[in-house]
Design a protein around this ligand. Structure first.
Ligand SMILES: NC(=O)c1ccc[n+]([C@@H]2O[C@H](COP(=O)([O-])OP(=O)(O)OC[C@H]3O[C@@H](n4cnc5c(N)ncnc54)[C@H](OP(=O)(O)O)[C@@H]3O)[C@@H](O)[C@H]2O)c1
Length: 512
């Protein structure tokens, strides 16, 4: 187990939601596993007036709610001694000399030798200003010490559209070099997403089939059961395309569809995902209506409880046209995937919370044996990669039913991560924070990947913004979205897979 060099993690926005829910619990978990270096400190930054003690006390209360296991009091006490706080306004350039001074103190105390990670866990509107202010103090410079490093982690969203994404990259790269920049997409930190790489490239049996000759189509679903839950203001300005598709789902697509990298170096792997993203066939304005289905949930009763529609959520305008559901059909124009449609969907207030990739293999050329449950059809061979929850992989194939004749039934072979009971499956933020400390950017998005995603998404966003008549379909909360989303499939199958047909089993493995 490689332990990172001593370093300080500076969290801008340390009084906020992400810090308490994800970052501090992830760091605490790394502390418990002895994965943090001996000399390690966190410096939280925010306008909220706190001192070190108040910051620690606040997090001590919150950690019980957000850490996934039982909090060992002794371990927490030792860990919390590494937490510090500086009250300052990140937007105010005059506050940065005191940041520099505080860092110098902690640097000497923890012997970190100038290794700093700046984590922008703050409103995206201030990303650019913070980077500029760090630059004014030379806090990004690596020449100021021998063999030290300075890294910058940027939370999504990386911009609001193509132009603002490019502008943010320009601002950041005026101060930091690309190798110092770590754009975090927590989906890439998930074990099951990384396992797609291992599954594809460490087994000889699947990769020969992984192309247009054997695969008929691929589905990627990211469904959320929850609504906007108090984040109406943010959500209404973003919508599900920006919130889920532009980043998480296109990154997953990049991994599912990439060519084998020549080695497992950060840039070699990322070169391959960028090739996929830049080969996405642009959806022409006249095809948007037929290839992209937008939806918005309306009030319904779920499990006996009345649920509000999106337009009735707090801080959502009553005539909002923001989509809470999206389904799209897209193509990758290269030799491996020519003609294979990829169906992507994401949404809120769907029947269950699930993220999965479904690889649909082509049917046999002749139907010798019919599916017992679906006569006149060949056996559907599907490979289902469940990203969350109940992470695992399942392969569906036909088996003969015992007895007379040749009745065939679809059965499954599956692997569940939960069965690896003695192995700690790290949270995405644990893995990604550790990777950044180790200087491994493989699972972080590079500038060209982010901009390729925006290039693909931008025309869709622009068409919706310009055309107030563009279609947005309603769907009752608790259902799988507008029925029009099934029309995307014409000719390929009956429509989307229903990952969890039985709501009473929600949270269980259901069909997987
Ligand atoms: N929360 C999540 O689950 C989540 C998930 C994925 C990505 N993200 C991204 O992570 C970042 C942080 O998210 P968050 O939910 O933690 O945000 P947040 O709670 O709204 O904000 C974090 C902190 O930033 C400071 N802040 C907010 N607006 C500011 C402004 N205009 N100028 C200066 N400081 C400001 C506030 O601290 P002070 O008032 O003390 O300065 C606040 O406590 C965002 O970019 C978000 O998109 C969050």
């Amino acid at each position: 187990m490689e332990i990172p060099s001593n370093c300080i993690l500076i969290i801008f926005g340390a009084s906020g939601d992400l810090a308490k829910r994800k970052l501090i619990p992830a760091l605490f978990s790394l502390h418990i596993q002895n994965r943090l270096p001996e000399g390690f400190a966190v410096l939280g930054i925010g306008r909220t007036p706190l001192d070190d003690t108040a910051f620690r006390e606040r997090l001590s209360k919150q950690v019980h709610e957000f850490y996934s296991g039982a909090v060992d009091a002794e371990a927490w006490s030792a860990f919390s001694q590494r937490l510090f706080y500086l009250t300052m306004s990140p937007e105010n350039a005059e506050d940065y000399p005191q940041l520099k001074e505080r860092l110098a103190q902690l640097d000497a105390e923890y012997k970190v030798g100038g290794n700093y990670i700046y984590y922008l866990s703050i409103a995206p509107s201030v990303y650019g200003t913070i980077v500029t202010n760090l630059g004014k103090q030379g806090l990004q410079k690596e020449e100021s010490c021998t063999q030290c490093w300075k890294r910058l982690i940027i939370e999504k969203p990386f911009g609001y559209d193509l132009a603002s994404g490019q502008e943010l990259n320009r601002k950041v790269l005026k101060v930091f070099r690309e190798v110092q920049v770590y754009r975090i997409d927590h989906y890439l930190g998930k074990e099951t997403v990384q396992n797609i790489l291992v599954f594809r490239f460490s087994n000889g049996i699947f990769e020969p089939l992984w192309n247009r000759n054997f695969i008929s189509h691929i589905e990627i679903t990211a469904a959320e059961k929850a609504g906007v839950e108090g984040r109406g203001e943010y959500y209404d300005s973003a919508g599900v395309i920006r919130d889920m598709v532009q980043n998480h789902l296109l990154q997953v697509l990049g991994i599912v569809a990439m060519e084998p990298p020549a080695s497992f170096q950060a840039d070699t792997v990322r070169n391959e995902t960028v090739k996929v993203l830049s080969a996405l066939r642009p959806i022409r304005p006249e095809n948007i209506e037929s290839q992209v289905i937008r939806g918005q949930y309306v009030s319904a009763t779920i499990e006996g409880q009345k649920v509000r529609g999106y337009r009735d959520e707090d801080k959502v305008p009553p005539y909002s046209r923001t989509e809470t559901y999206i389904a799209m059909k897209l193509f990758i124009d290269n030799w491996r995937w020519g003609g294979v449609p990829f169906f992507i969907r994401a949404g809120k207030r769907l029947p269950t919370r699930v993220t999965e990739v479904v690889i649909h293999f082509k049917p046999t050329p002749q139907i010798l044996f019919e599916d017992h449950d679906a006569p006149a059809q060949s056996i559907p061979n599907q490979l289902i990669i469940r990203i969350q929850p109940n992470e695992g992989i399942l392969l569906k194939f036909g088996m003969k039913l015992p007895g007379a004749g040749f009745q065939v039934k679809t059965v499954s072979m599956d692997f569940h991560y939960a069965n690896l009971s003695d192995t700690h499956v790290p949270e995405a933020y644990e893995r990604l924070l550790l990777d950044c400390m180790l200087g491994d950017a493989t699972l972080y998005a590079r500038r060209d990947a982010v901009e390729s995603c925006w290039e693909f998404i931008d025309p869709i966003l622009r068409k919706d913004a310009e055309n107030l008549e563009s279609r947005i379909f309603s769907y009752p909360a608790g259902t799988w979205g507008p029925r029009q989303a099934n029309d995307l499939f014409n000719g390929y199958s009956d429509g989307w897979r229903s990952p969890c047909k039985n709501l009473a089993q929600d949270g269980q493995y259901c069909e997987l």
